[in-house]
Ligand binder design. Structure first.
Ligand code: TPP
Ligand code: MG
Length: 544
């Protein structure tokens, strides 16, 4: 068989359902072999879109998303999405075509050293130099990408190797390790610390969702009455309406949950990565003990010195704690929770226009099913989603907070709908981030996928304005003009809606969610709320 066919057989063996990408001259054999495969190739309109689709597929399913490009410019276009996935711990496989091995040693058309280019944004980056090594390369790529902390494996596939014949090779058996149980001594000591604590607080990170340990965390906090806050990337680990949920960590040290961190004498960090919310923002008292519960030892940071690290199976650890720790009569943070709830609800009936961020999120929450999935793009809107969006189940709110790249929203929503055809999917995106990957609307329509793109329209790079206003009190180069988003949507054959009054919003959202195709909702947003929030948090008096 041709080496490219063997490669495709190996991908099938790993359970690959989709490859997102753009064909090129240097992957002709792979593209041809895909015609005889069970794998569905999804032809996209920009390689960055393909990488973001693989990224969100990986985050939602826990299985590597696969993206493919040609050599040179095709591969460089993958880079932002690949870096985003790698830093957000999403398992992905990025595959690039490459020129023939006969011309890699010299200046040659579109040749770049892709393995070295992808190394800093991958866990594993390699080139297929012999047809015989294909089964090992593919197996290793998947094993490494999936293993904690998940990330990218990059495969560079030279065209002459892909075209060669290979005999007697077949895919290798899929074997992935399970996390071991933590040592007894660590479990016992950690349980003792939590038992002795007066104000224990759990901070769950994205590792909790990756380990599918949300249910164990809920059992733990319900039984022991210990409050839980979540990083932006762990939203939904405990449902927002759960009595122990304090919602997501704040935007800064001054946010409401910051009051909880200040009071806590023991913080139990579960599946938490420093990249999600830096410890200097919450660990300000050196006497506060940190218990690290994760599948791998903690990153080194001067603000993250542990009392004990409990490394291994996260769900099993939480179940052990639930059994060996004395339940408390009630949560010590009940008044803080009330204050957070009150803040979240206070804009339910707001009548102003353009619409306040809080009100847009409120109305979307009313319109969207509890199981519906929200994909956030990156900008001021993300900050509002991160603070206020009420996620009721794990993996129903995807926020890029490691690499935090704009442009993930539309391709991310496409991947979310592809993997969850029975659930509603919405992306909230800024007007700038939307225009970075809006071309994938065409891909979505071609696939008959239906989701809502809710564009927060301020004709600005709003988050940057927010930062500039805070630092300097004036703006620098953050303005732009938008196309007519309704006509733009219609030109693709999608639906376009414009919100022209505050009381239209919920109705428009419901109609958009039911229209059965891609819907773009152009919603003017009142970002004067941004600086008001900064001022309010600066003056916050802790409710506990
Ligand atoms: C690819 C990329 N470029 C630049 C940035 C820096 N950045 C973060 S938010 C932002 C502005 C986003 O504007 P918009 O999409 O309109 O959202 P808004 O802040 O207005 O809600 C910029 C430029 C980034 N995170 N990613
Ligand atoms: Mg904007």
């Amino acid at each position: 068989m041709r080496c490219a066919e063997l490669f495709v057989r190996c991908l099938e063996n790993e359970g690959v359902e989709y490859i997102f990408g753009i064909p090129g001259e240097e992957n002709l054999d792979v593209m041809d072999a895909l015609l005889d495969s069970t794998i569905q190739f999804i032809t996209v309109r920009h390689e960055q879109g393909a990488a973001f689709m693989a990224d969100v597929y990986g985050r939602l399913t826990g299985r590597p998303g696969v993206c493919l490009a040609t050599l040179g410019p095709g591969a460089t276009n993958l880079i932002t999405g690949v870096a985003d996935a790698n830093m957000d711990r999403a398992p992905i496989i990025a595959i690039a075509g490459q020129g023939s091995t006969h011309r890699l040693h010299k200046e040659s058309h579109q040749i770049l050293d892709l393995v070295n280019l992808f190394k800093p944004i991958s866990k594993y980056a390699t080139q297929i130099r012999e047809p015989e090594i294909v089964p090992e390369v593919v197996r290793k790529a998947f094993k490494v990408a999936k293993a904690e902390k998940p990330g990218c494996s990059f495969i560079d596939f030279p065209e002459n190797i892909a075209a060669q014949e290979v005999e007697g090779k077949q895919p290798l058996k899929v074997q992935d390790p399970l996390p071991p149980l933590p040592p007894d001594a660590k479990l016992e000591y950690a349980a003792e610390c939590i038992n002795r604590a007066k104000y224990p607080l759990v901070m769950a990170g994205n590792g909790t969702l990756r380990a599918r340990a949300g249910a164990a965390l809920q059992e733990f906090s319900t039984k022991l009455n210990i409050p839980v806050t979540m990083t932006f990337m762990a939203k939904g680990a405990v449902p927002r309406n759960h009595p122990m949920s304090l919602g997501a960590v704040g935007l800064s040290a001054h946010d409401y949950v910051g009051c909880g961190f200040d009071r806590a004498d023991v913080v139990v960090c579960v599946g938490y990565d420093l990249v999600e919310y830096h410890p200097h923002l919450w660990h300000r008292n050196p006497d506060q003990k940190i218990i690290h519960v994760d599948s791998l030892p903690a990153e080194v940071d001067e603000h993250y010195i542990l009392e004990v690290g409990v490394v291994g199976n996260i769900a099993a650890t939480l179940r052990y704690f639930a059994e060996h720790i004395q339940p408390r009569a009630e949560s010590w943070a009940a008044s803080l929770r009330d204050a957070i709830d009150q803040e979240g609800n206070q804009h339910a009936d707001d009548k102003s226009f353009p619409i306040k961020p809080q009100k847009i999120l409120w109305d979307l929450r009313q319109a969207l099913d509890p199981e519906g999935i929200l994909i956030s793009d990156v900008g001021a809107h993300k900050m509002w989603i991160a603070r206020l969006w009420q996620a009721h189940a794990p993996n129903t709110c995807i926020i890029s907070n490691g690499f935090a790249s704009m442009g993930i929203g539309v391709p991310g929503a496409l991947a979310a709908k592809l993997t969850n055809p029975d659930r509603q999917v919405v992306t909230i995106t800024g007007d700038a981030g939307f225009m970075m990957n809006s071309q994938e609307i065409e891909t979505a329509l071609r696939l008959n996928l239906a989701f809502v793109i809710l564009v927060w329209n301020d004709s600005k790079y709003g988050l940057i304005k927010w930062h500039q206003d805070r630092r300097f009190g004036r703006d620098s180069h953050i303005d732009f003009n938008n196309p007519d988003f309704v006509k733009y949507a219609e030109s693709f054959g999608a639906k376009g809606f414009r919100v022209e009054a505050v009381d239209q919003l919920q109705l428009v959202l419901k109609e958009a969610l039911q229209c059965g195709t891609v819907a773009v909702v152009d919603c003017p947003v009142d970002y004067t709320e941004n600086m008001k929030l900064t001022e309010k948090l600066g003056e916050l008096v802790c409710p506990i």
